[in-house]
Design a protein around this ligand. Sequence first.
Ligand SMILES: Nc1ncnc2c1ncn2[C@@H]1O[C@H](COP(=O)(O)OP(=O)(O)OP(=O)(O)O)[C@@H](O)[C@H]1O
Ligand SMILES: [Mg+2]
Length: 553
Amino acid sequence: MDVDRTRVLLIEDDEDDFVLVRDMLSEVTFSRYELEWVRTFDAALETILQCRHDVCLLDYLLGDRNGLDLLQEAIARGCRFPIIFLTGYGNYEIDLKAMKSGAADYLVKGQLTGPILERSIRYAVERKQAEEELTKYRQHLEKLVEERTRQHVEARADAERRAAEAEEGRRILHALMDYVPTGIAIADASDLTIRAVSNYALELQTRLYDHPGDANDLKDPAQWILYGPDGRTRLNTEELPLVRATRDGTVIIDEELIMGHPGGEQIPTMCNAGPILDNKGNITGGISTWRDISVLKAAQDVLRKANDELERRVEERTEELVQALESLNRSKGQLRFLSAQLLKAQEEERRRIARELHDSIGSALSAIKFSLANTMEQMRKGKTDPETFVTLMNMTQNAIDESRRLMTDLRPSILDDLGIVVTVRWFCRQCRQVYTAVDIEELIDIEEEDVPEPLKIVIFRILQEALNNMAKYSRASQATVCLEKTHERIQLTIEDNGIGFDPDSMISKDESTRGLGLTSMKERAELSGGRFQITSAPSRGTTVSVTWPLARI
Ligand SMILES: Nc1ncnc2c1ncn2[C@@H]1O[C@H](COP(=O)(O)OP(=O)(O)OP(=O)(O)O)[C@@H](O)[C@H]1O
Ligand SMILES: [Mg+2]
């Protein structure tokens, strides 16, 4: 409101009354008024709704309409300034109605004076202003209440959402604790007590303690029995992964620890742990997980053993190979030695044959030639003695016998003519005649056609050498020669009950002083597909045995 001037709207159909009011207001010296006069209901309503005034003086009678209707309609349509009701006469009923309809005051024209009008206008305007401020304040309060209500509703919705999230989190946690096949424990940072443990943790506890595991068993980490990977060093409480994670925020990944029991049972486990933080990064708790790795450990053990076994076998094989190589080198050496010996033996044999030829057949033929020359001389002289021819024939016969003996030595023709069975019998008979101190027995259980042709000379040479050795070294009283066919094998055995010897010491003997017989028997046997074996020990006799599987010959 303009402090100097109060804008007054007068709604009055009587001009006299307008003049009266105007005069009264102009009489007021300490306030100035700007009066606007409107006569009719419609013009009044239109002017009121323009809200240009500070106060309105409304006459009760307005032609055929009355001021009460106007008052009600103006207020209904948002009139904000105070309306003072004027009537020509005092009427309590109208006064009440006007008040109830929102009039600021009720003045009777007949009793109206300048000061009364001035005071009524002032009070009405002041009251209206107070009301407006009150309204504003109430609106402000309502706004505040609305805001608070909205905040409250939002806070409540937020709290409900958080509660729902927390509930969902709890359900997920329970599902994890129930179904995940992992030992899980969650500790509180304030006192390190365990707030939750998983079913799997209780199952492991049941296995270890042999009675149903209980969450209370695990409540206090200080009671947990855990060992380091060696299974002997027990961890103290400060060293437990869960305690380290909860106290210091340490993150532990895949640490191998062993769950233990006072009775000694143990379960190897793989542990992980980490801290639980709030949104400011403060540690509020810790979580630890562990899994039974017995199966993994067992598999690792099996693998390690298999690996060790493999390495051992490789070492063995390497050793065998080294030995085989050494043996090969030895064999090479032996072969060289044998070849040399063979050449030497060949030369000696030739020398022996030459000597034999020279000493026996050579000298016999020389004697025959000498006798023939003698006889010819005698015949020329006419002195022929028939006895001379008898002597000559005997000498010739001796030469023939001698040559036969030499031939048999070289290769017995009996072998080609009559076969191995007869030859073995013949040779045994020969030996019996020569070595009369030994009782030589032959056991032959084989058909001639069972012996492959190339094997016959091999059998004969081995028999020859074995019986020669027997005669030379064994001092035996009994010897047995056995040639038989059993289970698709040909078996030759020459056994004596003599003094025996140590075959190993023979093998290790210096090659230059070693005989050839045993080696040559072995070589002959193996070259013809057989297996040679000599069994002997001092005072236990000697057995030479050769086996030829028929299929391999
Ligand atoms: N039946 C046996 N009883 C006892 N000792 C034997 C017998 N056979 C072989 N030996 C021993 O084995 C050694 C080796 O025999 P081996 O036939 O190889 O050589 P050798 O007979 O000495 O010579 P070589 O056969 O070359 O003429 C013999 O010197 C002998 O000491
Ligand atoms: Mg010999």
